[in-house]
Design a protein around this ligand. Structure first.
Ligand code: NAD
Length: 459
């Protein structure tokens, strides 16, 4: 009998399995897909990044390289090869996780799991039912795309991010419903490859949850790149009529496109898990309720990742997977929810960690703010990527860094330093006094920290 059964082989589940094995526990991981890695690897973070990188190269070759003296001959798009490259990246990484499971002597079961009683799991495999038993069960089943009433997803013309990662041809007109991370990343991919992209968003802003100032700047930049936004636009229905997609919006207007991407959030995967058999409590929105140690309301059952709600991010799930296992077997663990970075992999990238300015205002917290633009940074100038800025928010009294918001080149890499600063309880003065190599984009972070005290050097 294994010590721990993990249901779900995504970043939350497989990382928890590795950590438990490192702690000398015997682990069985159950996953219904042949490839481990979850949504992130199969149909999420990784394939979308492959397409974002490739489509960025295509756009540079088309629009920016000639001005830098790199002249490309007749340019063309080989979409099939671009999609194959994406698939091969996914396959390689999937093989890597298999290797990690073997190295850590983790048992894999391919099938769909249901918890039947405390410590008992029944798995539907292709060879019939397999009954397993363990002292502890960890649920890491993730989430699936949500939809809206009136939207008829046909898995082809009208689909979710899964379909938008493999359109066989570039749509002439793609309507994206939802201006969140998925809508903007995949909208960007297909715009770069030649589609007209219209994003319909219910709210009066894009990227809900992100710092307003940064989101407003992002919208302007995306519009300049050619994405059309319609804010305050409530979609009431979408259907396919003879290969044409028809999208109706509140007020009676009908929009037409050849493909529709529904990107209105994700919902937790709890159906069929047998949670009712063991009394695992869900909240009003259907997420599994956990305590600080990631224990559910049922003894011996833990849960991590998208299925418990909060930021639906692979790295948040990983942190929780490790922490859940450490709390369980060592008595101590750690997830700092104030220091979980978020990144939107558009161009420029957008990244944040900690509180937004709106949150601080809402909390009535006094803060100081320092911003520095990339256009005053030598490395950004040299690479021709001068849009955006770094904004640092620090406590007015203690100077402790409370939030960092970046829109600009490699923001997703730059945010790591800021996350470490928040994790270590750094002040903006600590960042300002830290020597940053020249010429690097990271100097923008240092300058923004200096700007908190009104003493940026290059502005
Ligand atoms: P989201 O919650 O980020 O955005 C959904 C958007 O749809 C919101 O802006 C919402 O207001 C809008 N919307 C809802 N109903 C609507 C309607 N009827 N008409 C028009 N607009 C409507 O969700 P998402 O973009 O689908 O992403 C899902 C999750 O996956 C998020 O939690 C996201 O953080 C995560 N994710 C993260 C990354 C990343 O970190 N780079 C990438 C992809 C996905």
């Amino acid at each position: 009998m294994p010590d721990l059964i993990i249901i779900g082989g995504g970043p939350g589940g497989y990382v928890a399995a590795i950590r438990a094995a490192q702690l000398k526990k015997s682990v069985t991981i159950i996953e219904k897909e042949p490839m481990l890695g979850g949504t992130c690897l199969r149909v999420g973070c990784i394939p979308s990044k492959a397409l974002l990188e490739s489509s960025h190269m295509y756009e540079m070759a088309q629009h920016t390289m000639a001005a830098r003296g790199v002249v490309v001959g007749k340019l063309s798009l080989d979409l099939a090869t671009m999609l194959q490259h994406k698939e091969s990246v996914v396959r390689t990484l999937g093989g890597g996780i298999d290797g990690l499971m073997k190295k850590n002597k983790i048992t894999r079961v391919l099938g769909t799991a249901t918890i039947t009683a405390p410590g008992k799991v029944s798995v539907e495999t292709k060879d019939g039912k397999q009954e397993l038993q363990a002292e502890q069960i960890l649920i890491a089943t993730g989430s699936t795309p949500a939809s809206l009433p009136g939207i008829e997803i046909d898995g082809d013309r009208i689909g979710t991010s899964t379909e938008a990662l493999c359109y066989p041809e570039v749509p002439k007109h793609l309507i994206v419903i939802g201006a969140g991370v998925i809508g903007l990343e995949l909208g960007t991919v297909w715009r770069r490859l030649g589609a007209k992209v219209t994003v319909l968003e219910y709210l009066d802003r894009i990227l809900p949850g992100m710092d307003n100032e940064i989101a407003a700047e992002a919208k302007k930049i995306f519009e300049k790149q050619g994405i059309e936004f319609r804010l305050g636009c409530k979609v009431t229905g979408a259907k396919v009529v003879k290969k044409e997609c028809q999208v109706s919006i509140d007020g009676g207007e009908l929009l037409k496109a050849d493909r529709v991407l529904v990107a209105v959030g994700r919902k937790p995967n709890t159906q069929g898990l047998g949670l009712e058999n063991v009394g695992v409590q869900l909240d009003k929105r259907g997420f599994i309720v956990v305590d600080k140690h990631l224990r559910t309301s049922a003894a011996g059952i833990l849960a991590v990742g998208d299925v418990i709600g909060g930021a639906m991010l692979a790295h948040k799930a990983e942190e929780e997977g490790v922490a859940a296992v450490e709390y369980l077997y060592t008595g101590y663990g750690h997830v700092n929810y104030d220091a979980i970075p978020g990144v939107v992999y558009t161009e420029p990238e957008i990244a944040n960690v900690g509180a937004s300015e709106e949150t601080l205002i809402q909390q009535g917290r006094k803060y100081r703010k320092g911003s520095f633009p990339f256009m005053a940074n030598g490395r950004a100038r040299a690479s021709g990527t001068i849009e955006g800025k770094v904004k640092i928010l620090a406590d007015a009294e203690t100077d402790r860094v409370l939030g960092v918001h970046i829109i600009g080149p490699h923001a997703g890499e730059l945010i790591a330093e800021c996350t470490a600063a928040i994790e270590f309880g750094a002040s903006s003065e600590d960042i300002a006094r830290t020597c940053h190599a020249h010429p690097t984009l990271a100097e923008t972070v240092k300058e923004a920290a200096l700007a908190v005290d009104g003493r940026a050097l290059h502005m």
